[in-house]
Design a protein around this ligand. Sequence first.
Ligand code: SAM
Length: 318
Amino acid sequence: MKKDTDDLLMVKQTLSQFSFRRAFEQKMLYFSDGADMFLDQCVVCYENDPDLLDADVSVLKNVMAQKKNIALISLGCGDASREKMLLDLLPAAGLDYYGIDSSHIMLDRAKETLKNSHRKSELVCLDFGSSELKDWVDKTVLDYDLRIFVFFGNTFANIPQAYMADSLRMVMLPGDILWLDVTFRKGVSSLGDGKLYERYQGWLKSTKMRNFILRPLKMVGLPEKNIDLRLEMKREVSVGALKFIFYLEMKNKTEIEVLGETLTLLPEDIVNILQIRAYAPNKLLQFFEARGFEPFDEESGQCNLKKEKYIIIHRFPL
Ligand SMILES: C[S@@+](CC[C@H](N)C(=O)[O-])C[C@H]1O[C@@H](n2cnc3c(N)ncnc32)[C@H](O)[C@@H]1O
């Protein structure tokens, strides 16, 4: 109950800065019952794609053959069900699991997922976009031979790119691995881009998706009848991404009270809620190479885990 109150307070604090930033923090979508709303619509990707599971197992086996004492750190671990499927196929010794998430309820679900696991596992509530991440890494996982930081489920695609890449570079040690699961653009053509747009436009019509996206705002009393939920597509050239932005546009003048402040939203005022990116793989690699990361050669399994920070980018082509 206390956790719910903390989450609501954090949503209110974000909202109380609306008048300055006019943007909303996406992590709050997963607070309280948002976690279960998300999980209800999720299928673990390995269930539809056993080849991906095999490929992921072999990447980890390859790394385990080279280093004895590894920490797998999942950033935005959700209920950890994907990690459970993956890690169950690998020896428990030599590979410890750390799930990091900012949603208390997600971490409760992850605890349930991992309850019968023999692997050393720890779940941690923190914001990976804050300085808490570096403090935690320095305190908890520096003694490992190698750290693998993973963003599963397109989570990297929701957050500010250059900021997160720079802070990962700061947190990671030479030889550490960054593993990103992102949606790829299938070739870069206006036809392919149009299909992606249609896909996300479908979310605007889905009651489940609307409820999920709008829930934190409803929590603080923004009436749905006063808003339009809209979608905009933009290019983000530095990472080769198409960016889909879900935002609110006010229909009527609306005043809400948040932490003693009155927020006034006028017709056509805009509040950004969620961003999702789909990438051109080569550009995303270049974006990381410019920050001292090296590609990890999965085909040959060859990697010289010594000096550089390695990046594995996995694939969710649409
Ligand atoms: C798209 S879900 C992916 C969940 C899981 N990795 C999967 O593959 O199904 C994003 C997850 O990241 C968490 N998250 C989002 N922003 C975060 C932040 N700034 N710090 C920590 N966790 C965050 C959310 O709570 C949510 O569980």
